[in-house]
Design a protein around this ligand. Structure first.
Ligand code: HAM
Length: 434
């Protein structure tokens, strides 16, 4: 009895899980727009689509993103399969793409590969504006080839164009270098020495970071840690000559492209695979505070961390929900949807029965048709066709069935003509040209 009652109660109020959302038909045009712009950019800049599974080995993320990161420590959805494998819902796609690159030896066919992806990702975060437990990203990655700052610049250009094509205004780019294996350990030590004086004053998270992952001390958003952060040693002063030349190269390309940027020596990002360049785009203005839009960087050591060879790589990803939020807040207008050319109106049961066949004939001829098969009255169907701005109504009733005709009525000027059914496609095409 008790279990039956539970089922009954649940039936009343099923909701999406916390931090996860339906994408209803009314919102689909926004999603279509973002995906189309991302796909067109991928096409133009020669990035090839890649899809990886939603579930991956938990270890892939532990190794790739880093054990000490918030994502791996606190935010993973982890499950054990019946066979005993420990899998995780992917929280991001750079580690899975690196895994695919190694697994399929994609580096063999060509030195440099460019990948593009879109899809759902999962992080068990506290839901808030722009932060969800299931969210979607579009992302771009360049893997292999020489370790050349031109590729850092190219992914930043793609990110900038993504915002521009979506008509997102007031965005700004923050950029930093977090060094390499040579200079980063020295800086980390210096940071630890500096924070040693504040061990008792920083938040519990920072205390952990101080011990295990000092670079992330610069990422703390808590009020009580800001004054220590502000006076922390500057990484720019500690970059080795190779890293500083690389950063200079990236900035020169950005200047060449007239992409404005601000150097931010405290930008470290929340994933451990980065080296050298890291960057984030944000927007300013009321209602647009959703955190970073496109965000990414260089990850030259990731392949090695996953058991492959040292392979230069750089990329970024952007939350689709955040893009749509900002577009709506900035009142971006979507391009108008193409209006269908014809509306098929049926009058009577027999005509309704034959309507599907007419729709199929038109489909084969490449003519898209609107209809309201559930409505019966001529008047209500005509009204609908008019409301949708459709030019031609095809009116099909009892008389037309017997005479094998159909009425083609121009809804703009109310002129109508009876056309033999076999000539319908030809007639519509003729009118489309006119
Ligand atoms: P990320 O900064 O963790 O980087 O995420 C990239 C973007 O995904 C963020 O800037 C934001 O737009 C969106 N995003 C992240 N978490 C959420 C969330 N909980 N809710 C809504 N949107 C979110 C990465 O994922 C790296 N894989 C990016 C990258 C690619 N680096 C190199 N290549």
């Amino acid at each position: 009895m008790a279990s039956l009652k539970k089922v009954k109660d649940e039936k009343v109020g099923f909701q999406t899980p916390r931090g996860m959302h339906d994408i209803l038909p009314v919102d689909q045009p926004w999603w279509d727009r973002v995906r189309k712009v991302a796909r067109d950019l991928a096409d133009f800049y020669n990035f090839n689509r890649i899809d990886t599974p939603i579930l991956e080995s938990f270890k892939l993320f532990e190794r790739g993103i880093g054990e000490e990161t918030d994502i791996v420590e606190k935010e993973m959805f982890v499950l054990k399969t019946k066979g005993g494998d420990v899998l995780a819902l992917r929280p991001e796609n750079t580690a899975p793409i690196a895994r695919a690159y190694l697994q399929h030896r994609l580096g063999r066919s060509s030195q440099l590969q460019k990948f593009y992806y879109e899809g759902p990702f999962f992080r068990h975060e506290s839901p808030q504006a722009g932060r969800f437990r299931q969210f979607h990203q579009v992302g771009f990655e360049i893997i292999g080839g020489p370790n050349d700052p031109i590729y850092d610049a190219q992914v930043i250009v793609v990110a900038a164009r993504l915002l521009e094509e979506l008509k997102i205004k007031n965005s700004n780019l923050k950029i930093n270098s977090i060094g390499c294996r040579v200079c980063r350990p020295l800086y980390k030590r210096q940071l630890q020495n500096y924070y040693r004086n504040y061990e008792k004053k920083i938040c519990a998270d920072c205390l952990r970071r101080y011990k295990n992952n000092p670079l992330r001390l610069l990422d703390c958003k808590r009020e009580e840690c800001q004054e220590f952060k502000a006076k922390a040693p500057n990484f720019f002063d500690k970059l080795c000559s190779t890293c500083s030349t690389h950063l200079k190269g990236v900035l020169e390309y950005l200047e060449e492209l007239a992409i404005p940027y601000a150097l931010d020596n405290q930008l470290v990002r929340g994933l451990d695979y980065y080296s050298r360049t890291v960057f984030e785009f944000h927007t300013e203005g009321a209602g647009t505070e959703v955190g970073a839009l496109p965000a990414g960087g260089r990850y030259d050591y990731l392949m090695e961390m996953l058991g492959g060879r040292l392979t230069p790589a750089v990329g970024f990803a952007c939350g689709i929900e955040r893009l749509i939020h900002v577009m709506k807040a900035q009142e971006v207008k979507l391009p108008l949807k193409a209006v269908k050319k014809v509306f098929l109106i049926h009058v009577g049961d027999l005509a309704k029965k034959k309507s599907l066949k007419i729709i199929e004939d038109l489909r084969r001829a490449g003519i898209s048709v609107a209809e309201a098969l559930g409505r019966e009255s001529l008047k209500s169907q005509l009204k609908l066709a008019d409301r949708e701005g459709i030019e031609l109504a095809l009116i099909f009733g009892q008389k037309e069935i017997f005479e094998e005709n159909i009425i083609v009525r121009n809804l703009k000027n109310s002129l109508q003509e009876t056309v033999p059914l076999p000539k319908l496609v030809e007639e519509i095409k003729k009118r489309s040209k006119g």
